[in-house]
Design a protein around this ligand. Structure first.
Ligand code: PLP
Length: 370
């Protein structure tokens, strides 16, 4: 079997990557079901069900759920275009590649943004946020909840109330952790939280989801040039009748509806979050046993992706290649961390048995690349 060629029957490789991830057959089946159009009652019913279930998952009564036919990056740009007005200043707290990309987007959209850079491998502490917010008046704060490049999980549960005290809106990128950790939108004071389908939801890529607070919608109404496809207000208007302005990814929503039933009623959210935490802890223990160091600082370890320092100075690229030949994929470090770190993710529907099989394979291969 070769794993590095396009297979018309589908790629059979086992993914321990931070997205896209392994998608179970019972989800893939949802994509082969026939659909009606999106301007009819069956679609509106589906859209409404997904919104309700997402509100339950995210613990929000106050925020609307917007469903987007694009990857998470689209919503990241939407937050910038909709929430930063011409006279506003926003602040970003990047602690890795994805946070930096978000901050760069603000500049590309011509917005006034301050960037408080956090050293890669370190988390965004509530103290840093407090200190920065006391220096100036910011309309919006942008933070990555789970930084996929460095394996850092930031304590939004403590940061959110600080942002609220300063009267700013809070936008949170939860692309690589929503449905893998508990997110309490109303309690934490989140105005927008966004995620993509191809991570902890264990769906194929192409759909993204967000909650948007009433305060965020009110703010958006005052911001000119919000664009078209990513306009919160147009999306909100259509959301009121359980529709989207343009054609949505209907099969994807069908699959998300199925996955939400599984999360909420079969596995149970608490069990799901516990499983993710245990899988990540298991990877960290395995890494230490091999003599590696975990890249993320203590107290900020992600529960969904583990970034491991290549302190043994092995050939990471060769190791990854050898694993692919055995039918498993994990990934090198991201951007500047390529070769210096590697990443293992157990997101979505990965079990401890699947993880153990994978770790067994790469442990054997490690001896060949040392
Ligand atoms: C933390 C984080 N933010 C944003 C993105 C971009 O998401 P997407 O590829 O769905 O646009 C990713 C993708 O890996 C991510 O991990």
């Amino acid at each position: 079997m070769t794993y590095d060629k396009f297979d018309p029957e589908g790629q059979k490789i086992q993914l321990f990557t931070p997205g896209p991830v392994y998608v179970p057959d019972w989800i893939l089946k949802e994509f082969s079901k026939p659909n009606d159009t999106h301007r009819c009652n069956p679609y509106r019913e589906l859209h409404g069900m997904v919104k309700k279930k997402m509100q339950k998952l995210l613990h929000t009564k106050d925020s609307d759920i917007l469903l987007w036919t694009n990857s998470g990056t689209g919503i990241m740009e939407a937050c910038i275009r909709n929430l930063i007005g011409p006279d506003d200043k926003a602040i970003f707290f990047p602690c890795g590649a994805f946070g930096e990309r978000w901050a760069n987007m603000a500049e590309e959209c011509g917005k006034n943004a301050v960037v408080k850079q956090i050293e890669w491998g370190k988390g965004v502490s509530p103290e840093i946020v407090k200190e920065e917010l006391s220096k100036d008046k910011y309309a919006v704060v942008f933070i990555t909840l789970n930084e996929t490049s460095t394996g850092i999980m930031n304590p939004i549960w403590d940061i959110g109330p600080i942002v609220k005290e300063h009267g700013a809106l809070l936008c949170v990128d939860a692309v690589s952790c929503m449905a893998g950790i508990d997110i309490d939108v109303d309690k934490w004071g989140i105005d927008v939280v966004l995620a993509s389908s191809q991570k902890c939801f264990a769906l194929p890529p192409g759909l993204s989801v967000s909650s948007v607070s009433e305060a965020a919608f009110e703010k958006a109404k005052t911001v000119p040039n919000r664009g078209s496809y990513f306009d919160f207000i147009t999306m909100k208007k259509k959301s009121e009748t359980n529709e989207t302005p343009s054609t949505p990814a209907i099969p994807h929503l069908r699959a998300l509806n199925k996955m939400l039933d599984h999360i909420l009623d079969e596995e149970g959210p608490e069990n799901r979050y516990k499983r993710h935490a245990e899988l990540a802890a298991h990877v960290r223990e395995w890494a230490k046993k091999q003599g590696f160091e975990v890249f993320s600082e203590d107290g900020y370890h992600s529960n969904t992706v583990v970034t491991i320092r290549n302190n043994l100075n092995i050939n990471v690229g060769l190791w990854v290649k050898k694993a692919i030949e055995k039918g498993f994929r994990f990934v090198d470090g991201y951007g500047d961390l390529k070769g210096k770190t590697f990443r293992i993710a157990a997101m979505g529907e990965i079990t401890m048995a699947m993880l153990d099989e994978f770790l067994g394979v790469i442990t054997t291969l490690l001896a060949e690349v040392k």
